[in-house]
Design a protein around this ligand. Structure first.
Ligand code: COA
Length: 270
């Protein structure tokens, strides 16, 4: 049966890979992001991949009123979500002592507040729907290994992702009685146009990062999307809640993020 899925930040990167993965199962897929033209291009790909329906929303998840309006519009069109993938994020490298209050706020607002606003707005409707139909539903969030370790060079994102992990585990307990499972994925380093511009600033650094990963390669968005699809699937992961699944080639086990994020911060020379 086709599910209703919302992917925040679904126009690019990991969000788009996950949206395409859900589309291949024939789900109804809504995506949101800040740039309409990017969403429109992604929506054509999602439709071509087999989605039963596609909806796009130009919405910045920092603004709770806009998120509430988006949740109401999705609900009116398709009813409550079966799956929320709270993926929207923003990040840049900046040593803590150089980070301005506005830089701190921008990332905390997008990553932590935005994730809560989406879980809250969509979650309320999922709770109502569960009271009526008793079906299981799922929230998946996206964190990083620096949510539980240290994130030198990205103190704002590390602090926000630690909050997202706590939020995920808390919802797993609070909303279990409403049939909602909440899990996180923690992708390892991956390469994209965006990361090459903002994070892995040259080939030497890109190589150093690969050498710090036990499986010696970058994660791909498609394989992280597979893990998201698994966690979201009631028939496969119906007894899994409050988990955080690293999809990182063993990267978090080495503690090497301490070294590589320091290297990134040095290379960025802001
Ligand atoms: N280094 C230092 N400070 C930075 C910065 C950087 N690379 N990028 C943004 N900031 C600061 C700005 O200077 C500003 O602070 P100020 O008013 O004290 O100068 C504050 O952050 C907000 O910047 P602004 O560009 O207005 O933010 P925004 O709200 O439009 O967007 C981001 C914030 C994080 C989304 C933006 O940095 C961005 O677009 N990043 C790249 C895309 C991205 O993050 N993709 C996801 C990767 S996970």
């Amino acid at each position: 049966m086709a599910r209703t899925v919302m992917v925040t930040g679904g126009g690019t990167g990991l969000g788009k890979a996950a949206a395409l993965r859900f589309a291949r199962e024939g789900d109804r897929v809504a995506i949101c992001g800040r740039r309409t033209e990017v969403l429109e291009a992604a929506s054509r790909e999602i439709a071509a991949a087999g989605a039963e329906g596609v909806a796009i929303f130009t919405c910045d998840v920092r603004y709770d009123d806009d998120v509430a309006k988006m949740a109401a519009a999705v609900h009116e069109r398709w009813g409550a979500l079966d799956v929320l993938l709270a993926n929207a994020a923003g990040n840049f490298v900046c040593p803590a002592e150089k980070l301005s209050p506005n830089g701190w706020k921008a990332v905390i607002e997008i990553v932590l507040n935005g994730t809560f606003f989406c879980c809250s707005a969509f979650g309320r409707k999922m709770i109502e729907a569960h009271a009526a139909d008793g079906r299981g539903r799922s929230i998946v969030t996206v964190v990083a290994d620096y949510a539980w370790a240290a994130g030198p060079g990205v103190i704002h994102s590390a602090s926000a992702k630690a909050g997202v992990l706590a939020l995920t585990r808390t919802l797993a307990v609070e909303w279990a009685r409403h049939g909602i499972r909440a899990n996180a994925v923690s992708p390892g380093p991956f390469r994209s146009e965006g990361t090459d511009k903002n994070l892995w600033l040259d080939e030497t650094l890109a190589r150093e990062i690969v050498e710090s990963i036990p499986l010696r390669r970058y994660t791909t968005p498609a394989e992280v999307a597979e893990s998201i699809a698994f966690l979201a699937d009631e028939s496969k992961a119906g007894y899994i809640t409050g988990a955080c699944l690293p999809v990182d080639g063993g990267h978090w086990l080495t503690g090497s993020h301490l070294g590589f994020l320091d290297a990134i911060a040095r290379a960025a020379k802001p």
